[in-house]
Ligand binder design. Sequence first.
Ligand code: GLP
Length: 236
Amino acid sequence: MQFPGDQGLTDDFQAMSLRVAEIIASQLRAKPASCLGLPTGRTPLGCYQILSGWSESGQLDWSKVKCFALDEYLDSDDSRSFGTYLQDNLYRHTNLPPESRFNPRFVDDYDALIAASGGLDLAVVGIGRNGHIAFNEPGTPRQSWTHSAWLTDSTRAANAAWFGSIETVPRIAVTMGIATLLSSAEIVLIASGEHKRGILTRASSGPASAGLPASFLWEHSSLRVFTDFQFAGKPG
Ligand code: GLP
């Protein structure tokens, strides 16, 4: 599943993608049995492309890694699922064992599984225009673990390009909670496009509140932020 249309391959997008790919590669080299939380969307596509290239040329070993998709639609056919996205854009280019590709739709207790796997070492997180992270929409409390969630109209509109029209965008999803994400040892937040500047600025300015879920990320002691636009908040 490729993103339909412009992939935003500006120099800045490439630079952001390379820095995040380097962080993930360093993580795998430092700890071959790392647990990663991985996002979908347009923003990580460049990073996944770079990681795929390094993996295909044998520079990265995923044999002991466990990957946890941050979220998944519940009422989508398989071809549009985030599982398929991760499979197409990353997993199939790596030697990540199929049994190490986790998806919250198919796990009864995702948080227990993550904990039993040693906890997330690194969660890479995108941000929605309304400040959502994974599918934690505005109103989601900090003490939220993996749960199902109704998608807002703005989130559905933002994801319409993947489905052709907003009518066919799913309405319900399952997502790691904010507490799940904050339990990760490290968090990398990525944002691409000027249209994300306003929400990112608000999220980084505080105070953290459920009205803007991404704002909780600034409570984490090891958050790094990467953008493809000039951003004066906490640097990467
Ligand atoms: C989606 C996903 C998020 C993603 C966000 C931003 O709805 N559930 O995990 O980070 O929206 O997506 P994009 O990178 O396409 O802007």
